[in-house]
Design a protein around this ligand. Structure first.
Ligand code: FE2
Length: 315
């Protein structure tokens, strides 16, 4: 892949704003302004409870974006996907709240994105569905009975994904799209997380993206390179390799952001707070760094510079 211009993506997640926990989030936003990224992606759980004041963390993010614009003259492109805490009581119960989150963040901010200049494609998924409407009764029943912490991307949204990629492949920007760096944004983790212990209801089965096999395979077929996610408040990274429908080996990278601003509890104390910085060089080389803050220390870069392979050969 080549790209006309280099650029930076700032990835944050799981702020879980509860009206009090503001300092660490503020600190992360100071770093955001310092990095002056071209793109800012938030992968959900901005608030602890859907009834809370989501406008406060949303305004803090907008202020940081404005500060970048004042500094650089370019407003970063901002995209956000909802998390279970943005939509369900305690992130786990009740009916999905389709109000506040969707009013505070515009359709554009929640929408997909393609830049022919940066050779960048971004697809946003809402993974907070309770059941698959096209599923049969028993499957729906089992899905409805569980806490809503688990993730599900419904088939209707996967159809929208196919329509979106098909439209770009038929557009005047076909070549730019085919060679673009392709990222999916989703709240729930589509791959098992590296974690030493499981607490109470936070079982993998109650936390993961339920249909991650289907989702990853669809992304693989469309040559997506990277999935950015949140949810489990632990910094994560892994790669998955599958054969696509033409029997070609395809790799996808999966980068999870731990919590960028959640109140410090035992789990956070063990792994720290986190934001990620992804750099795309002029030649199209992509690297990511996980910045982690432990205790009273500063956010410092993790010891690995993560390489993200962006190979385009289908075009
Ligand atoms: Fe979550």
């Amino acid at each position: 892949m080549s790209t006309r211009k280099g650029f930076t993506i700032f990835h944050l997640s799981d702020i879980h704003y509860d009206g009090k926990n503001i300092e660490i989030f503020e600190l992360a936003l100071e770093h955001l302004v310092e990095f002056s990224p071209e793109y800012v992606f938030v992968t959900g759980d901005i608030i602890e409870d859907p009834k809370g004041d989501i406008e406060i963390p949303a305004e803090m993010i907008r202020e940081a974006l404005k500060a970048v614009e004042e500094k650089n003259g370019i407003m970063p492109v901002f995209r956000v996907v909802p998390g279970n805490h943005d939509l369900f009581f305690k992130g786990a119960y009740g009916r999905k709240k389709n109000g506040k989150f969707f009013r505070i963040f515009s359709e554009e901010e929640r929408g997909h994105y393609f830049s022919p200049d940066h050779h960048l494609s971004v697809f946003t998924f809402d993974s907070n569905h309770i059941y698959e409407p096209r599923g049969e009764m028993w499957r729906k029943f089992v899905q409805i009975m569980r806490p809503m912490t688990h993730g599900l991307i419904v088939e209707r949204d996967l159809d929208e994904f196919s329509d979106w990629t098909r439209a770009l492949k038929r557009s005047a920007n076909r070549d730019e799209y085919l060679k673009s760096f392709k990222i999916a944004l989703v709240h729930h983790h589509p791959m098992p997380t590296a974690y030493n212990f499981l607490t109470k209801l936070a079982d993998e089965g109650y936390m993961m993206l339920e249909n991650s096999g289907v989702v990853i395979y669809r992304l693989i077929q469309e040559e997506f390179d990277l999935i950015l996610h949140g949810h489990r408040p632990v910094p994560q990274f892994c790669r998955a390799i599958y054969f696509d429908e033409e029997n070609i080996e395809r790799e996808i990278a999966v980068l999870g952001c731990g919590s960028t601003g959640k109140k410090t509890d035992d789990k956070i104390r063990a792994v720290g707070h986190n934001f990620n910085v992804i750099r795309v060089g002029k030649g199209g080389k992509v690297t990511a760094t996980q910045y982690i803050k432990r205790g009273t220390g500063a956010f410092i870069p993790g010891e690995h510079i993560i390489k993200i392979d962006v190979k385009k050969d289908k075009g």
